[in-house]
Write a protein that binds this ligand. Structure first.
Ligand SMILES: [Zn+2]
Ligand SMILES: [Zn+2]
Length: 180
């Protein structure tokens, strides 16, 4: 805590007090010691007056020291609390960004897994079809169906197409649950 006493002008409270140079008066004596305020021009004449003003100001200042110290401590605590709030907010923002990156990465991996599973499923089906005894007949793409597919479709019927769609949806939901 930077807490130093400075005498002030009793009139305007400016700290710009300067000592007037001693000079020889026109009757031959020396001017007395004097302090002049650079701000308002107020002059304190004489050692005694200057000393008394100094002492009385110093006394007030000294008695006020605990209050100043308390205020300084309070200000220090407030600064520290504000710094802590700022620090926590910054940390929360960093955490939020990291969480978002993690979620995006998990979503990307999940899609990749889905795609791989789908590709793998189709590949297996194709292999199975190749080894089927009657290869010229395309079998319905629904896994639990052995009916021949219609010439314009992967499936034998609208029903199997729907079943397959529902099954894929369910598999996807399960993989979501596992990932969560
Ligand atoms: Zn002044
Ligand atoms: Zn079918």
């Amino acid at each position: 805590m930077n807490d130093r006493f400075t005498m002030r002008c009793p009139k305007c409270l400016s700290t710009g007090l300067e000592r007037l140079p001693e000079r020889v008066t026109n009757w031959g004596g020396l001017d007395i010691f004097a302090l002049k305020c650079r701000n308002c021009g107020k002059v304190l004449y004489g050692d005694k007056v200057c000393q008394e003003e100094y002492d009385s100001q110093y006394d007030v200042w000294r008695k006020d020291a605990p209050t100043r110290r308390k205020a300084a401590e309070e200000a220090g605590r407030k600064r520290a609390a504000e710094a802590e709030i700022t620090r926590r907010a910054a940390q929360a923002e960093r955490d939020r960004r990291a969480r978002k990156r993690r979620e995006q990465e998990e979503e990307r991996q999940r899609k990749e897994r889905d795609n791989r599973a789908w590709v793998e499923l189709n590949r297996r089906k194709q292999v199975e079809r190749v080894v089927e005894p009657v290869p010229e007949v395309r079998i319905c793409a629904w896994k639990d169906c052995d009916e021949p597919a219609r010439s314009t479709s992967l499936y034998c019927s609208r029903n199997c197409s729907n079943k397959n769609a529902r099954w894929r949806h369910k598999v996807r939901q399960q993989s979501d649950t596992v990932a969560a």
